[in-house]
Design a protein around this ligand. Structure first.
Ligand code: PNS
Length: 160
């Protein structure tokens, strides 16, 4: 059986925590599609194209990882890609409530699609894109939280 999983997210910006989930997920499934959800109501810190570019650079060495974007319902996207597995990372217990609701909603919408969770590594359990954006905004050391190419992009953004 060929197992394709989808790892959806905003990735705005991509963090080391996301990369950890992608790397671990790539070993668990035959194919992993990292999918940037396009939110037409929220402009985002980086454009979808910029986020895709950073993901492509960071995932280049993982041959079974594909980078893509989707608009609309995640489960419909999963169906369109012939995938029945949604992968999400779980950090602290505070993630649980949100993830629980979304996973149940997705199951109602598409009973054949399962959501599986990977527990974040301890060192990334606090890390979120919003933390990175805030640290960067106030002049803190954001580079320790993100891949090199993402740090460069943030640096350029702060200069402009
Ligand atoms: O990284 P995030 O912000 O937690 O990612 C959220 C994302 C993109 C996975 C989520 O917002 C999503 O799935 N959006 C698509 C719309 C949808 O299907 N929502 C779930 C049913 S309520």
């Amino acid at each position: 059986m060929n197992r394709t999983a989808i790892y959806p997210g905003s990735f705005d910006p991509l963090t080391n925590g996301h990369m950890d989930i992608i790397e671990r997920g790539s070993h668990l499934f035959d194919r992993l599609i990292v999918a940037v959800g396009i939110n037409t109501e929220k402009p985002g810190y980086f454009s979808v194209e910029e986020r895709l570019e950073d993901l492509r650079v960071c995932c280049a060495k993982m041959p079974n990882v594909e980078v893509a974007s989707f608009e609309g319902l995640l489960v419909e996207y999963a169906r369109s890609r012939n995938s029945r597995i949604l992968l999400r990372g779980l950090r602290a217990i505070s993630d649980y409530d949100y993830e629980f609701r979304i996973a149940l909603a997705n199951r109602r919408l598409a009973a054949e699609v399962e959501t599986v969770f990977l527990i974040a590594r301890e060192e990334y359990s606090f890390l979120a894109s919003s933390v990175v954006r805030e640290v960067a905004k106030f002049g803190g050391d954001y580079a320790q939280f993100v891949p090199e190419n993402v740090a460069k992009r943030i640096e350029n953004r702060l200069k402009s």
